[in-house]
Design a protein around this ligand. Structure first.
Ligand SMILES: [Cu+2]
Length: 134
């Protein structure tokens, strides 16, 4: 009977731990440079980000934009011609979001949000059994 009563607590503790650990090592803020040199590119072309984190695109002397297509959960596009400015977007949904610059064919990048960071080894017993006893 004692084992059955403590089982729901153990399950809750394990779920909470699982939800937190994949995000622990992912950055909240990342910068991407839109290069002014040929060929036009986003650098780095792929970045990893914690869910809810922010990417800042840094535009130099050559105009670029950022278009995510119609991916569900993607932030608003950065339309038009952006030069000598920086624009940030927040990513509240996990997933991989590919984007491109409509001014330069083949200029593309991706933002990988949540879940894919370096994970801690799975701990099957995050709470010591003894601490559940009352
Ligand atoms: Cu461009």
């Amino acid at each position: 009977m004692r084992l059955l009563r403590s089982l729901p607590l153990l399950v809750l503790a394990a779920c909470g731990n699982d939800a937190a650990s994949p995000e622990q090592n992912l950055p909240q803020q990342v910068s991407v440079q839109a290069t002014a040199t040929a060929p036009p590119a986003f650098s780095p072309s792929a970045v990893q980000l914690a869910t809810g984190g922010t990417v800042t695109w840094v535009f130099g002397t050559v105009a670029h934009n950022v278009a995510f297509g119609n991916a569900p959960g993607a932030p608003a596009n950065i339309p038009g011609s952006n030069a000598n400015t920086s624009v940030s977007r927040t990513f509240g949904t996990s997933g991989t979001f590919s984007y491109g610059c409509s001014l330069h064919a083949g200029m593309s990048g991706s933002v990988i949000v949540g879940g894919s960071g370096t994970q801690n080894p799975y701990d099957p017993y995050p709470v010591r059994r003894g601490s559940l006893r009352t």
